[in-house]
Design a protein around this ligand. Structure first.
Ligand SMILES: CC(=O)N[C@H]1[C@@H](OP(=O)(O)O)O[C@H](CO)[C@@H](O)[C@@H]1O
Ligand SMILES: [Mg+2]
Length: 530
């Protein structure tokens, strides 16, 4: 490490006065113009992480479903997973260092405490469609180089594509963008090759983001096996009145799809294409959402259908579903009582779900907002390869393994998962929707002076502070039939989130509003009470 060179580079990316970045649910996010120093420092961090692990790491410049004026950075482990939680504290310290001198001191401390070998770490860089990406990617590259590392500029990609590439690169597998399409498309083609179901056109709201270009490339690779019509491909603002987060939270048709036909099969991606939700218009005109909970259930059914045909000497592979407190209560009940599968509930954020899913041979994890995937345990993969020569079911599971991104939730591979599962059962959206009926729910956001005053326990289902908040929530919940509610500080926006569900929409709305008022009152809410 050349300290003089490092110092000079740090000086070029000064932190804006008063800016206090913090590593949140999925990395750093803020208004784009504030982020140059943060992204530079993440370049430093990931170059050091590459040296520590002796493998390539990754960094994606994206603010996902947030407005186009925001940006952010997601950090990728050599496994393709999100940055190991044990290093989040280093990310925070680096990002928050006041000046170049403080920053260099933290780097020295990092090298010493983590026993980082000297050398040149490889960091793969990608970005979404935000106009601020170009400058921020430069900052990331400068950070990597300032530690003597090698930035590999991969350009415009979906977040899950970069995660996939880092994982494949470190497994010495082909890892170009076209190999990504090839691998997931090959798995899909295998799974649907003998399906008799009539193909349905899927209309996809691409949130005016990177997913538009990449889904087009995937559909071309599948030449006719996947019929997609793309909307919001860049003609409007990124995530502006469209995208998976808008559809899931607002329960409204996205821009450009207000006129979709009753029963037409529709889906939405988010701005960096790591979330996917399906929806349709019901005969009464309302939007019916098929969210991440439902994708998890459909994936479980597909896996069960295949496992039923697998004969094996050893114990049957364990299958489990991981959710968060945002999962609709009806989905959790269906998983427990009808599917009879093990479930686990973790705190919000894929990093938590992913870790819990690794405890099963086949671990399915999805956040209600449509971010999730299906993980296969390495020992099971080995067994399947042995069985694969003689058994069609093992071949199917291996095809599923190739089709589903093993690194992180991926909306493009998610579309293939849903379409393959529906086609193999000869199902339409109604069959899928009829598995269970969602309890009505409502999500609200409350602006407060300092959202860190709200702390939680028990996978975020219980508010620990401010004092008295949880007992007030309990009281409100008691007044709502089949009521459930919780609050937590967002890790991506400056708000406290409120979730409520109940027997009727009216009761869920009322419960959410009451809880939002408790938050506003006890956690120093800003502006008028909800
Ligand atoms: C309620 C909700 O949807 N929260 C989202 C959102 O996190 P918050 O910490 O709630 O802002 O963004 C995360 C990253 O995309 C995602 O993992 C998470 O599920
Ligand atoms: Mg996203």
């Amino acid at each position: 490490m050349d300290l003089a060179q490092l110092m000079e580079a740090c000086n070029q990316y000064a932190k804006p006065a008063g800016f206090r970045p913090a590593y949140g649910t999925a990395g750093f996010r803020a208004e784009a113009s504030l982020l140059h120093s943060t992204v530079f420092r993440c370049g430093l961090l990931m170059a050091a992480r590459a040296l520590k692990t002796g493998a390539a790491t990754g960094l994606v410049v994206t603010a996902s479903h947030n407005p186009v004026t925001d940006n952010g950075v997601k950090l990728v482990e050599p496994t393709g997973y999100m940055l190991d939680q044990s290093w989040e504290a280093w990310a925070d310290k680096l990002a928050d260092a006041e000046d170049a001198e403080a920053l260099c001191a933290i780097i020295r401390d990092l090298y010493q405490k983590e026993d980082i070998p000297y050398g040149s770490g490889v960091v793969m860089l990608a970005h979404d469609t935000r106009p601020s990406a170009e400058e921020l990617i430069k900052a990331a590259g400068s950070g990597v180089k300032a530690l003597g590392g090698l930035p590999i500029v991969c350009g415009l990609l979906t977040t899950p594509q970069l995660h996939w590439m880092v994982r494949h690169c470190n497994n010495s597998l082909k890892h170009t963008e076209s190999c990504y399409y090839e691998e997931i498309a090959t798995g899909f083609s295998h799974l649907v090759h003998s399906c008799k179901a009539k193909r349905q056109v899927l209309t996809v709201d691409c949130a005016n983001g990177v997913g538009a270009e990449k889904l087009k490339a995937l559909a071309e690779r599948l030449s006719g096996k996947l019929d997609v019509t793309l909307r919001s491909t860049g003609e409007g603002g990124l995530n502006d009145g469209c995208g998976a987060d808008y559809v899931q939270k607002e329960r409204r048709f996205p821009a450009g799809m207000e006129d979709c036909q009753n029963g037409a099969r529709c889906a939405s991606l988010d701005g960096d294409a790591d979330r996917l939700v399906y929806f349709q218009r019901l005969p009464g005109g309302q939007l019916q959402l098929l969210d991440g909970d439902r994708i998890a259930v459909l994936a479980a059914l597909l896996i069960r259908d295949i496992l039923d045909r697998l004969s094996h000497d050893a114990a049957s592979p364990s299958v489990g579903i991981v959710q968060t407190a945002y999962a609709n209560g009806a989905s959790s009940q269906y998983i427990r009582e009808q599917l009879r599968l093990e479930t686990a509930v973790t705190a919000t954020g894929v990093k938590h779900l992913h870790a819990a899913a690794e405890r099963f041979d086949i671990g399915i994890y999805f956040e209600a907002n449509g971010h999730g995937t299906v993980l296969f345990r390495p020992a099971l993969i080995e067994r399947l390869h042995k069985l694969g020569d003689s058994q069609e079911a093992a071949k199917d599971l291996l095809a599923l393994l190739g089709m589903v991104n093993q690194a992180v939730g991926d909306a493009l591979s998610g579309i293939l998962l849903v379409e393959a599962a529906l086609r193999r059962r000869q199902w339409g959206l109604n069959d899928w929707a009829q598995l269970y009926t969602d309890l009505p729910s409502r999500q609200l956001k409350v602006k407060v002076k300092d959202r860190s005053v709200v702390t939680t326990a028990d996978a975020e289902t219980r508010a620990v502070t401010p004092e008295g908040l949880q007992s007030r929530i309990n009281e409100s919940v008691r007044g709502a039939p089949s009521g459930r509610a919780f609050v937590r500080p967002s890790g991506t926006e400056d708000v406290v989130r409120v979730y409520a569900e109940a027997q009727t929409q009216q009761a869920a709305d009322k419960l959410a509003q009451q809880v939002a008022r408790h938050v506003h009152e006890l956690a120093a809410g800003i502006g008028a009470a909800p």
